[in-house]
Write a protein of this length. Structure first.
Length: 146
């Protein structure tokens, strides 16, 4: 699939990513990379005694998976860089949950100083297998115009 340029992106367009089941492998790999070994994420016995009753994936893992899933959706753009993230963690993502993201282009602005690029803001909703929004936020990215 050819990636869209800035001028081809429409404010209001929506896309949905495929889903992914969050596994032990994802959580432990993220713990290793982030050095966040908090027991709620890594210890079944500890997590069983919490309000969640089982292990919870790292919040930032949910954001990372949503951003990665974007690359497997129909929203393919000639991005240069990510400029800004704003993110809310609304409910836990549990090990074994299947998540996907809904994307909506909410804004775009051409660069005044560099005509070969513009900024595109995308709203994310991360949903679990019960269609509950577990995370949401926005990402503003720099996108090529030509």
């Amino acid at each position: 699939m050819r990636k869209k340029l800035f001028d081809e992106i429409e404010v209001g367009e929506t896309h949905e990513t495929p889903g992914i089941t969050v596994t032990e492998w994802h959580v432990m790999g993220f713990a290793a990379v982030s050095m966040d070994f908090f027991e709620l994420h890594t210890n079944d016995e500890y997590a069983r005694r919490t309000q969640f009753g089982r292990r919870v994936a790292h919040g930032l893992l949910g954001l990372a998976l949503a951003d990665g899933l974007k690359h497997r959706s129909t929203f393919q753009v000639e991005a240069i860089a990510s400029l800004h993230w704003s993110w809310d963690f609304r409910a836990p993502i549990l090990v074994g949950d299947t998540i996907r993201a809904r994307l909506r282009v909410s804004d775009k602005k051409a660069s005044r100083s560099k005509p070969d690029r513009g900024a595109v803001t995308v709203e994310y909703e991360v949903l679990n297998q019960r269609d509950e929004v577990v995370q949401s936020g926005t990402n503003t990215m720099m996108v090529k115009t030509c």
